[in-house]
Write a protein that binds this ligand. Structure first.
Ligand code: ACO
Length: 470
């Protein structure tokens, strides 16, 4: 529990002892019905209450006409009543002593009703209630099995907290991340950010042991919070990696933002330099956001040891592509000494190449990979490795994935960063998902793996205050 009373309220969003759904519908096809169903279906650890003027019980949950009638303290209330009823409901949550409300309802600033939004903020402030939203799809926090959203039921557990200013994108990514094997600690829909914004949430996730990386989709920063955003995120990003996808790079995109969430979009170059100052990695698209996030969530140490990275491959062409990507992304590849070449030679046939990329050749076995990975992990001049596989008939990708996993568990005592490329058909996808589930970041093509390793490298330099490998 935090000693900061405001942070304590934010904590209740994620770890409430009790939660009430105000506007819980008897109809499962309505937003308030799906949301209650999701809370129940996920096995939320705390107590659940419904508020609905017409029902005594909904889906087996006791229901009351008003939050004031619930015979228990309420930590977090989710509001799913129409916009014109929200002020009265917020007033009641204030009187009840609710710590935080998430307001799903649309129809505020984003539709020209800034007055209605100001009214609910004023009421909440009077009572010391914090507001998430309005105009959101809800909150997920997997450590407490809380899915207070009207999105998909299941989210894969993991260590990435994802904050999103786009509701539709967030809902779509709930299912997409699960399909891709990307584990999340949390998903937070930011909506109009009438009160709680990424600064408040960043402070929570910085201290949250269940979160290793903060990933954000942003359209803009709350007005008047620019300086604070910079100074707080500079602190947060020193203890946890923060990655942002900032939409609205183009002029037309910037205009589209003001009609979406009503945020002040600002110029793109201003965000670029602000993110740099704050130590935030800026991703170009959704795929990159999660590629980098799963890489950064996989490592336990940001100490940069050694003199460069190695690429281990069974395909020469793939090695060349990875080398190009390393140069383009500023990832330093190790210059191999004769001694090191001799050591890697033991993992390959005579026609292989111990230069970097280390080409084990198309006839590489799972044992060749184990031997090369062991050499890379045990050798102090090597900082980290990108391990790549092109599907070939005689080396089953699943068998290789098991061997890679075994090799990392056995030899990665120094906690070096390692990621994997599995390029090929359906079985390589399965092997990649298997590795992802074990926390070994895997990618479908060399460029994605190298870009992710380079994101790790840039962050590690920032975090350790270095400018390059010595
Ligand atoms: N207290 C408690 N419950 C109440 C109250 C009250 N004061 N008043 C009404 N209710 C109950 C209703 O009786 C109803 O329950 P019932 O179905 O059992 O009768 C329930 O609350 C919902 O009320 P409705 O009037 O049926 O409202 P409806 O469900 O149609 O719409 C909603 C409410 C979903 C909040 C809607 O106004 C809205 O804002 N929708 C948009 C939500 C959204 O998209 N948010 C952004 C997400 S991000 C994205 O882009 C995906």
């Amino acid at each position: 529990m935090s000693s900061d009373p405001e942070l304590e309220k934010i904590e209740k969003l994620f770890k409430p002892r009790t939660i009430a759904v105000i506007g819980a519908s008897r109809n499962i096809a309505k937003v308030g019905g799906t949301l209650l169903k999701n809370i129940l279906a996920n096995g939320f650890e705390g107590k659940v209450y419904a508020v609905n003027p017409e029902a005594k019980e909904i889906m087996g949950v006791p229901s009351y006409p008003s939050v004031l009638d619930i015979p228990d303290e309420i930590d977090h209330a989710v509001i799913t009543v129409p916009a014109d009823k929200v002020p009265e409901v917020v007033e009641e949550t204030g009187k009840k002593g609710v710590k935080v409300v998430s307001i799903i309802t649309s129809g505020f600033k984003e539709t020209g009703r800034a007055d209605l939004e100001e009214k609910i903020v004023e009421i909440a402030k009077k009572h010391g209630v914090r507001i998430l939203g309005p105009n959101i799809f809800g909150v997920v926090y997997t450590p407490t099995n809380l899915n207070a959203t009207f999105g998909p039921e299941k989210v894969l557990k993991g260590k990435i907290a994802f904050l999103t200013q786009s509701g539709a994108l967030g809902i779509a990514l709930m299912a997409w991340t699960a399909m891709e094997g990307i584990g999340l600690s949390s998903i937070v829909s930011l909506g109009n950010m009438a009160d709680i914004d990424p600064i408040d949430l960043g402070k929570f996730f910085e201290k949250d042991d269940n979160t290793k990386v903060i990933a954000m989709y942003l359209e803009g920063i709350s007005s008047g919070r620019g300086q604070q955003f910079l100074s707080e995120f500079r602190k947060i990003s020193k203890s946890k990696p923060v990655i942002a996808l900032k939409a609205g790079r183009s002029e037309r995109g910037t205009k589209a933002i003001s009609s979406h969430t009503g945020s002040l979009a600002g110029s793109d170059s201003m965000y670029d330099s602000a993110f740099k100052q704050a130590g935030i990695l800026r991703a170009n698209d959704v795929e990159q956001l999660f590629d980098w996030a799963k890489m950064l969530a996989s490592v336990d140490s940001f100490d940069l040891k050694g003199k460069g990275f190695v690429i281990i491959t069974n395909g020469g062409g793939m090695g060349v592509m990875a080398t190009d990507a390393a140069e383009a992304n500023g990832l330093p590849l190790l210059e191999m000494t004769d001694d090191l070449k001799q050591q890697f030679r033991k993992s390959m046939p005579w026609f292989g190449s111990p230069n970097n990329p280390i080409d084990l050749t198309g006839q590489a076995s799972a044992n060749s990979y184990e031997s090369a990975i062991k050499t890379a992990l045990e050798n102090d001049v090597i900082t980290g490795a990108v391990v790549m596989y092109c599907e070939v008939g005689f080396l089953d990708p699943i068998e290789l994935a098991r061997k890679i996993s075994y090799s990392l568990k056995t030899y990665n005592i120094k906690k070096k960063p390692v990621n994997v490329v599995m390029l090929g058909g359906e079985k390589t996808r399965e092997a990649a998902r298997m590795l992802d589930r074990e926390g070994i970041p895997s990618y479908s093509i060399p460029e994605r793996a190298v870009s992710s390793m380079a994101a790790f490298y840039r962050y590690a330099l920032f975090r350790t205050g270095k400018s390059s490998l010595q």
